[in-house]
Write a protein that binds this ligand. Structure first.
Ligand code: ZN
Length: 284
């Protein structure tokens, strides 16, 4: 299908609220995490457990961690659990019509005794080749904001030595430590050849449902993504934690239309922004 035909199909699908047709259109998910894109039905099939997503806003990141501990931690623990999470992530991407996805391990995974960074990367690579060859996987290295800088530096070093990851994701509680604390990590990544965007080319990968359910934005209608878009900032819409919040990129796009934040044509522009790296560069 050529891109003009996809645009027509996408706009028509958004306007009539047709989730299946929205899912069928190619799109990117540029902000998600190790287990977070896991498909609920796949998990149910494989484990018999149904993960009921969060419906009402949480009051803090601690609530989020407690929920994750109670609902996912045991299921995704150990080598088998990690393998299940990776498989379920790719299944989730395929179901959502995602043709590019960024996710990967957090640096602390080296402390779990599940293998070296090389082995951990290879296991994702093999699952990707086996289950979702049609999806472009952009390997992301996660950094949790609540961890001390010295620990992050130590855990990160062997991952950087691989020279494999192209994207860093600083995740977790925005209030845990000021952003400046993490500068040395970005410098280290840059020294190892990871590419960075020029200031004026920053694309913001935004996760609206996550922002609401984590209490950062009160209502979808008021999400600052509209202001950013109007100011000419390149934005994308992403799922963050589909298994936790119950919305893939397709649902996110539909919701933004249904509450009147964007027109179908604007959402198509946002969808297309995610499909390519701006100016051919890889972004964080
Ligand atoms: Zn996130």
């Amino acid at each position: 299908m050529n891109s003009a035909a996809t645009t027509d199909d996408f706009c028509a699908a958004i306007s009539r609220g047709d989730l299946h047709a929205v899912r069928a259109c190619p799109k990117a998910d540029l902000h998600t995490h190790g287990f977070a894109k896991a498909d609920r039905e796949y998990i149910r099939e494989k484990t018999g457990r149904d993960v009921e997503p969060i419906k009402t806003p949480l009051t803090s990141m601690d609530d989020m961690h407690a929920w994750t501990q109670a609902n996912l931690a045991e299921m995704f623990a150990g080598s088998q659990g990690r393998a299940l999470a990776i498989e379920a992530n790719f299944v989730g991407a395929l179901k959502d019509g995602v043709t590019r996805i960024e996710f990967g391990d957090d640096v602390w995974m080296v402390t779990r005794g599940l293998g070296s960074p090389r082995e951990l990367v290879d296991s994702i690579r093999q699952t990707h080749a086996r289950m979702a060859r049609s999806v472009e996987w952009i390997p992301q290295l996660g950094l949790s904001r609540h961890c001390p800088l010295s620990a992050l530096q130590e855990w990160m070093a062997p991952w950087l030595d691989l020279g494999f990851h192209t994207v860093l994701d600083l995740s977790g509680d925005e209030l845990a430590q000021p952003i400046e604390v993490f500068k040395p990590l970005y410098r280290a990544a840059k020294n190892k050849g990871m590419r960075f965007l020029a200031d004026h080319q920053i694309r913001l990968n935004i996760c609206p449902t996550s922002n609401i359910l984590l209490g950062r934005v009160a209502r979808l209608q008021d999400h600052p993504i509209r202001k950013l878009f109007d100011a000419g900032v390149i934005v994308t819409v992403n799922s963050d934690d589909a298994i936790v919040f119950g919305a893939g990129v397709s649902e996110e796009l539909l919701s933004l239309y249904q509450v009147g934040v964007f027109t179908a044509e604007e959402l198509d522009q946002i969808r297309r922004w995610g499909l390519h790296d701006v100016l051919g560069k890889q972004f964080i």
